[in-house]
Design a protein around this ligand. Structure first.
Ligand SMILES: [Mg+2]
Length: 290
């Protein structure tokens, strides 16, 4: 019932000080802006409420993604407010393997996320005496070749940490359903008999990175320390966005502007964790306490 939903939403937002937003199905859909999303972002900015846009899209650097995003939607988009599965993986290797050599399979644009870290080319990683601390498998397109995957496999067999940007099996491009890098990750996991550490959604790695960045924003503005429970994730995927954020200690609100209908959302709410369901991001931001 609408009144219950409004009450749930008010409860879910009490004490919220920062937002994590999914992109597709929350801000944009089929390449265009979702009604009310531009105004919602402008309200967050006007009220000084920090946010990060978290997406598993990882074929480009955040600079390129912000430009694409702004052009397609007219939405305000600074690269510093975006976290992709690629940027989360780069932040993870910087923290876990500072100064160490890495073998990263990513697009030429996305690998710029590793600027300042020691990434080897395939030829360097293929040298007899090469050793790497971690292997990262991402959206490298044709560079996910047999040769490159075999080089990755040998380093992983030798003990390098196995990191995946995400495990998405396929996605939809202009050509229709298209194979995604998660299928390659699953193949390597099968060959190795061990699982990769995933950095994108639904992994807690990407939510921890978002909370860490939001904490820096809050600290820079002179606010009291931000707790994960004071951050709400707004997403259109009940499991990969909302329940995953709740598992990482954030709150989660499911919106109906993307993957699920109202009936599907209510069915999902009895199976997975979520704090509230809302029609759209616009409704969520409008319900924020003054
Ligand atoms: Mg989505």
């Amino acid at each position: 019932m609408p009144t219950d939903r409004a009450a749930d939403l008010a409860t879910a937002l009490a004490g919220v000080r920062a937002f994590v937003l999914d992109a597709d199905g929350v801000l944009m859909y089929r390449g265009g802006p979702i009604p009310g999303s531009v105004a919602a972002l402008e309200t967050l900015r006007a009220r000084g409420i920090p946010y990060r846009v978290v997406t598993n899209y990882s074929a480009t650097h955040r600079d390129s993604l912000a430009k694409l995003f702004a052009r397609a939607t007219g939405l305000p988009a600074e690269p510093e407010r975006i976290i992709t599965a690629a940027s989360a993986a780069a932040a993870y290797t910087a923290r876990r393997h500072p100064g160490a050599r890495l073998f990263v399979l990513a697009s030429a644009d996305a690998i710029r996320e590793w600027a300042g870290q020691d990434t080897l080319t395939a030829d360097q990683a293929d040298a007899d005496d090469a050793s790497v601390a971690a292997v990262v498998i991402g959206d490298a397109g044709d560079d996910l070749s047999f040769r490159n995957l075999d080089i990755a496999f040998r380093h992983l067999r030798a003990g390098a940490e196995f990191i995946a940007m995400h495990r998405n099996p396929w996605w939809v491009t202009r050509r229709g359903p298209t194979l995604d890098a998660g299928s390659v990750v699953a193949g390597l996991e099968f060959a190795l008999g061990r699982r990769a550490t995933v950095c994108g959604k639904p992994s807690p790695v990407v939510f921890r990175e978002a909370v860490a960045e939001l904490r820096r924003d809050v600290a820079a503005a002179g606010g009291p320390a931000l707790r994960a429970r004071e951050v709400v994730m707004v997403g259109d995927d009940p499991r990969a966005d909302v329940a995953a954020a709740c598992r990482a200690g954030l709150r989660g609100i499911l919106v109906l502007t993307g993957k699920v209908t109202a009936n599907e959302a209510h069915a999902a709410s009895s199976r997975v964790r979520m704090d509230a369901i809302a029609a759209s991001l616009g409704e969520v931001v409008a319900a924020l306490p003054r």
